[in-house]
Design a protein around this ligand. Structure first.
Ligand code: DX5
Ligand code: ZN
Length: 232
């Protein structure tokens, strides 16, 4: 049975979204089950086209296979130039949620409507060099804002602490407008950095390397993350 949709989860709850980009792709099913058993709230799926970001990862066929491994929401992060064109294939593959980049070529409002129309929740994200002001007009239209805390394209990079004021600015706007919008962070989130991002107002943690490559296992990693979070 499908779990609670992302849009129905509280935006003041700590939610963990392990990124399968850091998993062993040869063992993807087992890796997802390992993440689920760690107490994950959703599964983060990174889609890269080699245009919007300098790397190529996976597409709808892999999402379709992942769909059969878990009932948790699939939190799909489209790092692609033309997200509008791929809304339907990702919906058909079984995605629950699609986040796209404000830096993409697709019109934001049209893309938001298309994602909703396909029965999924919607996220909007921005690269480190893009100011919060670029996404703030769309805040009431989306279920989630994702602040990239590394340059998108690769896992295992170092967290950019200079993104903290942007996280705070967006959380303040969410609170001021009394919106249910989730605030997700992605890149370099681990037991050390989670305290900083939660204090700044983020509630959804993408965690790739820190969950899948933890020497003591995913369960221990997730426990460590929750212990070090500092949600207001
Ligand atoms: C980066 C991806 C991330 C990545 C995070 O472009 O969007 O989701 O998997 O990896 P870690 O947690 O290892 O920084
Ligand atoms: Zn991501």
């Amino acid at each position: 049975m499908r779990q609670t949709p992302i849009a129905e989860m509280s935006n003041t709850n700590l939610l963990i979204s392990p990124s399968v980009l850091a998993a062993d792709f040869a063992e993807l099913g087992a890796e997802v089950r390992r993440a689920v058993a760690s107490g994950a709230d959703m599964i983060h799926v990174d889609v890269m086209d080699g245009h919007l970001v300098p790397n190529i990862s996976i597409g709808p066929p892999v999402v379709k296979s992942l769909r059969s491994t878990t009932d948790l929401p699939l939190d799909v992060h489209l790092m692609i130039t033309d997200p509008l064109k791929y809304v339907e294939p990702f919906a058909k593959a079984g995605s629950d949620h699609v986040t796209f980049h404000i830096e993409s070529d697709s019109d934001p409002e049209t893309t938001i409507e298309a994602i909703r129309g396909a029965g999924m929740s919607v996220g909007l994200t921005l690269k480190p060099g893009t100011p919060a002001s670029a996404i703030l007009p769309y805040l009431p239209l989306v279920d989630m804002i994702l602040v990239m805390t590394v340059e998108p394209g690769f896992g295992g990079q170092s967290f950019m602490a200079d993104m903290l004021p942007k996280i705070r600015e967006i959380r303040d706007a969410i609170t001021q407008q009394d919106l249910p919008t989730h605030l997700e962070v992605d890149g370099g989130i681990d037991a050390k950095t989670i305290g900083l991002v939660t204090e700044a107002g983020a509630n959804v943690m993408v965690a790739g390397t820190s969950i899948f490559r933890h020497p003591e296992g995913a369960k221990h990693a997730a426990k460590e993350l929750r212990e070090n979070a500092n949600l207001a």
